[in-house]
Design a protein around this ligand. Structure first.
Ligand code: ATP
Ligand code: MG
Length: 397
């Protein structure tokens, strides 16, 4: 029997006049996402998107498509459906087969008419099909929390029969929310922050600061592996690697030790902002969470933000570490992030970092440094690469 995946949109179904544009972005993303996995034609109808699968598609091939679809922003949920003619007899026969292939004690029918030409309405379909399956299987009908929900969607003379929805990633389609530059460390937080912003439709590019040779090449590889996972959600990410040891050396040599981390961060923001300007990105993203560490007190966030003209988005600002860890597991970055590494910020950290810095203090300290030259040289030493999605093991949302 022919199989089709029916994709249901998330918030984009609400976007009035822009709907066509949102759907186009989603279709383009899906076409690129599925380029190298076997599937048939893709088309829009009745407010949904259908992806046909080969009639003889193997379960592993269907799973590969399903796994990828779970990473797509703008998707509320989807079903893997068997397609039959929109005719009551054919629908009953199809449901019988589906029920025979499903393990359940209780069930309900969730019927929807995408188009009105079918003679029965949703309620009548639910009743008639429910009674039919109950009569055949002697299983119990349960409206709340059944083991199996059999979906029946009628559109364009076809009926799509399914045995359970797959939850989508939610949010808005990639490419509908502008561009931002994320300051990505190898830690737990910044990948989650980037993901949250991507989920709102934004394309994110990444800047990572390293202190090679004081930090290892492995730390840079760790960032690439994290990006292999994050790229599943936007299909390829630009990674800018910035040498930071000279900036750190000067700060350590000439600035008061308690201010070091705040000053590192001010330089990172300046450099990331220069990258954003070149890339025409309109915001920066960081993984800061209020009060999590000394550099993330309100006072220090203010001292750090003061050097930026662009907004700094901090989607984790109100999250607890537990929330962030749970999110990292669902996204698939957790196992990589928790591996030991050396971040440049862990170098030369003073015993008693300032938690209540103010702007004057930071500016006086920087008056001892050649800020412009340090930023310029860091940018001159910067490299750019593209990290493609890595579909090998590891979780998706
Ligand atoms: P993370 O888990 O993201 O490393 P963290 O809790 O360890 O966060 P910090 O190390 O204080 O916090 O970093 C705060 C934010 O500064 C990070 O979330 C990230 O956005 C940015 N950042 C820190 N180190 C780097 C780096 N080496 N390169 C790029 N950005 C960095
Ligand atoms: Mg960190």
């Amino acid at each position: 029997m022919k199989q089709t995946i029916l994709v249901h949109y998330h918030e984009i179904s609400l976007k009035g006049n822009n709907r066509g544009w949102f759907e186009n972005q989603l279709s383009r993303h899906l076409a690129a996402l599925l380029r190298d996995v076997p599937h048939g034609a893709m088309r829009r109808f009745a407010g949904r998107l259908g992806i046909e699968l080969a009639e003889d598609a193997l379960p592993a091939e269907v799973d590969a498509v399903v796994r990828r679809l779970r990473t797509v922003f703008g998707v509320a949920n989807f079903v893997v459906a068997r397609e039959v003619p929109a005719d009551l007899g054919a629908i009953k026969a199809g449901l019988e087969e589906l029920a025979a292939a499903t393990d359940f004690q209780s069930f309900k029918i969730d019927a929807r008419r995408g188009t009105k030409e079918f003679p029965l309405n949703s309620q009548q379909l639910n009743q008639q099909l429910g009674a039919h399956i109950q009569g055949l299987t002697r299983k119990q009908v349960r409206m709340e929390g059944p083991d199996a929900t059999f979906g029946v969607e009628i559109a364009e003379g076809r009926a799509f029969l399914s045995a359970g929805k797959v939850q989508g990633a939610g949010g808005l389609p990639s490419g509908t929310g502008g561009k931002a530059v994320c300051l990505l460390s190898g830690g737990l937080d910044s990948p989650v922050a980037a993901w949250r912003i991507m989920r709102r439709g934004c394309r994110v590019q990444y800047v990572h600061f390293h202190s090679f040779p004081h930090t290892t090449v492995e730390s840079q590889d760790k960032v690439r592996r994290i990006l292999g996972v994050l790229s599943r959600y936007q299909l390829g990410s630009a990674l800018f690697l910035v040498p930071f040891s000279e900036v750190q050396r000067e700060i350590v040599a000439y600035a008061p030790p308690p201010l070091r981390v705040v000053l590192y961060r001010r330089f990172m923001v300046r450099i990331a902002e220069a990258v954003a300007a070149r890339e025409k990105a309109l915001a920066l993203v960081t993984g800061d969470s209020l009060g999590q560490v000394a550099s993330q007190t309100m006072e220090n966030l203010r001292t750090i933000s003061a050097v930026a003209a662009l907004p700094i988005l901090r989607p984790l600002v109100g999250d607890d570490k537990e929330d962030i860890m749970r999110a990292a597991r669902a996204i698939g970055t957790y196992d990589i992030s928790i591996q030991a590494d050396q971040d440049c910020c862990s170098l030369f950290v003073p015993k008693h970092p300032e938690t209540m810095s103010d702007l004057g203090q930071a500016e006086r300290a920087e008056a001892q440094l050649d800020v412009q030259r340090l930023c310029r040289e860091a940018l001159e030493g910067m490299t750019r690469e593209t990290v493609p999605p890595d579909w090998r093991d590891g979780g998706t949302s």
